[in-house]
Design a protein around this ligand. Structure first.
Ligand SMILES: [Cu+2]
Length: 475
C-alpha cells in the first residue's frame, strides 16, 4: 500500500515536469518568452477567481444545510440562552465571512493586470481608519458582554433551596453524591479513600478503620525490615565492634573515660545490653521470619513507611469544623453516593465537580453544560433541566434515549467510555428514587433493634438529673 502511494506521487511529479516542458515548447513555437503572460491568460485567471468564489460559497452553504443543525434539543433553561448566543455569534461570523470573501475574490477579479491601468495612490484616510477600528470593537464588545451574561447565568449564585449534587471524577468513571437530609456534604479527604469509600468521606469510623489499616501496614513493613538478614548482620557487626573497642580501650589506656566517672557498673550494663541484643539477633537470623532483601527493596519499604506515616499524620490532622448546623464529620453520614445521576425536572441544580487523579471535563451536551474537573480545585456549575427523559424519548422518537454525562477531556486509555447515565424525572419519581438510595453510613444497630438505641438515651437523660440531686444534697 505504501509503495503504491509513493509510486502515485512519483508518477504525479513526473507528469507535472512533463507538462512544464510541454508549456516551454509551445511558448517557443508561439515565439513568446515563457515568463510573459498574455492578456488572455490574465483575463482567464480573473474569471477563475469568480468561478472559485461561487464554488466555495456553494460548498459552504451545502455544509450549513447538511450539518448546521448538529446540536440536540436543549433540555435546560440556560441551554436556550446558550443556543441563542451561539446563533447570534454564527450570524455575525457568517455576515463577516461572506463580506470579506466577496471583497477578496471580486477585487482580485476586477483589477486583473492590464498594461495601461494605473493604481490610484491613496495612502491614508482618517475616517476609514476610524470606521474599521470602531465597528469591529463595538461588535466584539457586544459579543463579549452578551457572552459574559450567558456565562454568569450558568455559574452565578444558586437560589435558596436549590438541589446540590457533587460530581466526582476519576479514571475512568463518575460518581455522584447527594447531601442527604441535612443538605450538607460531609468533609472528604483523599487520604481516606478506600474501595468502600471512593469519595473519602470523613467519619469517625472511617478514620478509625483507615488508621488501623495504615498502622497494620507500617508494623508489617517495619517487621520485615527488622528481620532482614543484611541489616541484622550489619547491626551485629557494629555491636561486636563496640564491645571489642571497649575491651581494647580498657587494656591500652586504663579505661580513662569510664574510670573517671567511676561507673564501672554502668559500663557493664551497657555491655550486657549489647550482648543480649547480639544473642537476640542470632536467634532472629535463624528464625524462619528472617528474609533477604535487595538494597532497592529495603529502600522501597522505607519509602513506603514514610509515605504511610505521612498519610497517618494528615488524617490525624483533619479538623472537624461545623458547616450549617452540623459537624463536618457527621454531615457525611447521611450523604448518598450513587453511580447514576437523577434530577428532578424544573428544579435548579448546583453541581460541584471534583477529580481524584487528572483533569476531566464533565460534559452534558443536552443541557449545554460543560465544566472541567480539576484535582484539588472544586469547580461548579448550575442549571435547571426542563425536559424529562421520558419526554425526550418522545421528542427524539427513540425508546432507548438517555441523557449522558460524558468526559470531554482526553484523560487516558478508557476516556472514550467514561460516562454516567443521567435521568431527569418528575419531582415525585425523583424523591422515590432518592429514598431508595443507601446513605453512606448504615447504622446496623438502628436497623436491627430500635429499642436498644432508646435505652442508653434514657440513661443519659437520667444521669444529669441524678448529678443535680447530689450537688443539691452537698450544698
Ligand atoms: Cu476523563
Amino acid at each position: 500500500m505504501k509503495i503504491l502511494i509513493i509510486l502515485v506521487i512519483a508518477v504525479g511529479i513526473a507528469a507535472l515536469l512533463q507538462l512544464g516542458r510541454v508549456y516551454d515548447l509551445t511558448a517557443k513555437l508561439r515565439k513568446t518568452r515563457e515568463e510573459e503572460i498574455s492578456f488572455a491568460d490574465n483575463k482567464m485567471n480573473a474569471m477563475l477567481w469568480l468561478v472559485f468564489m461561487v464554488l466555495f460559497y456553494a460548498g459552504v452553504i451545502y455544509l450549513f444545510i447538511e450539518y448546521g443543525d448538529y446540536l440536540p434539543v436543549s433540555a435546560s433553561e440556560h441551554g436556550v440562552g446558550v443556543d441563542t448566543l451561539m446563533s447570534f455569534n454564527m450570524i455575525i461570523i457568517t455576515i463577516v465571512f461572506f463580506a470579506v470573501n466577496t471583497l477578496l475574490f471580486y477585487f482580485s477579479a476586477k483589477y486583473y493586470y492590464k498594461k495601461d491601468r494605473k493604481a490610484k495612490f491613496f495612502p491614508h484616510d482618517n475616517r476609514l481608519e476610524l470606521v474599521w477600528t470602531v465597528v469591529p470593537s463595538l461588535v466584539l464588545a457586544i459579543v463579549i458582554i452578551y457572552g459574559l451574561q450567558t456565562w454568569n447565568a450558568m455559574t452565578g449564585e444558586v437560589e435558596d433551596g436549590a438541589l446540590r449534587v457533587e460530581i466526582y471524577s476519576k479514571q475512568f468513571d463518575w460518581t455522584a453524591r447527594y447531601a442527604g437530609t441535612d443538605s450538607e456534604f460531609g468533609l472528604s479527604s483523599y487520604n481516606l479513600i478506600t474501595p468502600t469509600n471512593p469519595l473519602g468521606i470523613v467519619t469517625d469510623d472511617g478514620i478509625e478503620e483507615v488508621t488501623a489499616e495504615i498502622e497494620g501496614q507500617v508494623d508489617k513493613l517495619k517487621m520485615e525490615l527488622a528481620y532482614e538478614r543484611g541489616l541484622l548482620a550489619a547491626e551485629k557487626e557494629e555491636l561486636e565492634h563496640q564491645l571489642h573497642e571497649a575491651d581494647h580501650h580498657g587494656h591500652d589506656h586504663g579505661d580513662h573515660e569510664h574510670a573517671e566517672g567511676d561507673d564501672h557498673h554502668g559500663n557493664d550494663a551497657w555491655k550486657d545490653v549489647n550482648m543480649n541484643r547480639i544473642a537476640e539477633i542470632e536467634e532472629m537470623m535463624e528464625s524462619d521470619k528472617a528474609t533477604v532483601l535487595t538494597e532497592a527493596a529495603i529502600e522501597a519499604k522505607r519509602e513506603k513507611i514514610y509515605r504511610l506515616e505521612l498519610q497517618l499524620q494528615r488524617i490525624l490532622g483533619l479538623d472537624n469544623n461545623t458547616i450549617g448546623d452540623v459537624m463536618e464529620w457527621e454531615a457525611g453520614l447521611d450523604d448518598q453516593v450513587v453511580r447514576e445521576l437523577h434530577l428532578p425536572v424544573g428544579q435548579e441544580v448546583e453541581f460541584i465537580f471534583r477529580s481524584r487523579d487528572v483533569i476531566h471535563s464533565a460534559y452534558m451536551p443536552h443541557f449545554r453544560a460543560q465544566m472541567n474537573c480539576v484535582p484539588g480545585v472544586p469547580t461548579r456549575f448550575k442549571m435547571t433541566p426542563t425536559i424529562t427523559t421520558d419526554s425526550m424519548r418522545m421528542i427524539t422518537d427513540n425508546e432507548e434515549f438517555d441523557y449522558l454525562l460524558l468526559c470531554n477531556k482526553v484523560c487516558g486509555a478508557a476516556h472514550f467510555n467514561m460516562q454516567m447515565k443521567v435521568v431527569v424525572q418528575s419531582e415525585e419519581q425523583y424523591k422515590t428514587w432518592l429514598e431508595q438510595q443507601k446513605t453512606f453510613y448504615v447504622d446496623e444497630s438502628k436497623e436491627n433493634n430500635e429499642s436498644e438505641d432508646v435505652s442508653p438515651a434514657d440513661d443519659n437523660v437520667a444521669e444529669p438529673a441524678d448529678a443535680g440531686d447530689q450537688t443539691a444534697t452537698i450544698d
